[in-house]
Design a protein around this ligand. Sequence first.
Ligand code: NAD
Length: 279
Amino acid sequence: MENSGSDGRPPFAHQLLKGQKALVTGANSGIGKATAIGLGRVGADVVVNYVAGRDAAEEVVREIESFGVRAYAHEADVSREDEVADMVSRMVGEFGTIDVMVANAGLQRDAALVDMTLEQWQKVLDVNLTGQFLCAREAAKEFMRRGVVPEVSRSAGKIVCMSSVHQIIPWSGHVNYASSKGGVQMLMGTLAQELAPYRIRVNAVAPGAIRTPINRSAWDTPEAEADLLRLIPYRRVGDPEDIANVVAALASDLFDYVVGTTIYVDGGMTLFPGFATGG
Ligand code: NAD
């Protein structure tokens, strides 16, 4: 096995997920895109899920294929039971199985409570929470059917839930989003407890403020960015690759004993920065 580390990456980093099959939802934009590319870079074959924007998904596929691994794009709405089931069964047909499910797809429909429609509430819960339930369920069925294959991984499968610092930080004007991420926290913990005896690892990554289209207005002017930086002790807005790197490590056997944990990747946003000078 090549292990020079001469390309500047840590030894073995480029082999971390060699031979594993990963599916990333919402993978044609932002964090999902960087994660799909990041998993391909460390050796995984990758299914690039998208709900709209085929060209962007195909571009991600081409970038992943440039690492010498396999990839294809698959259109599916993660909030639709039949579409998620079809997506995973096609993957088992094409790649043989699934080893890593990254339930990343998510959206915001912001409004003050008194203006929020039931449709806005429901849409966010359907995609951000029910979508993760459906993706986890379909992946777990295949993990349990196949079991551990020691040459591939010490575990029978990994589920990574994309949460948010808003699983613990209340966020006025975003009650649908914060509630969905609070739900993801308990979804992740409960599934981790239920599935660990099958050697399935369920964990979450909770990003802080990452530069993606979902929150463009929070960083796309110098004034907005300065405002945002006051909430980040590390004083930089995150990049999608900051999240992708953690997902790749978490999904790998380096993290085999990490079960039911949320890793906050937030530049210290959850350290109550308001208390740095007060309190
Ligand atoms: P993004 O808008 O760039 O990406 C979201 C992706 O999800 C897009 O590809 C979108 O098409 C997809 N998607 C939306 N609805 C879908 C559906 N029904 N089925 C399949 N795909 C669907 O935003 P992002 O910032 O990359 O967000 C990715 C995840 O990270 C989300 O779960 C989000 O809540 C979470 N997150 C982001 C930040 C941040 O600062 N950007 C912070 C915390 C958490």
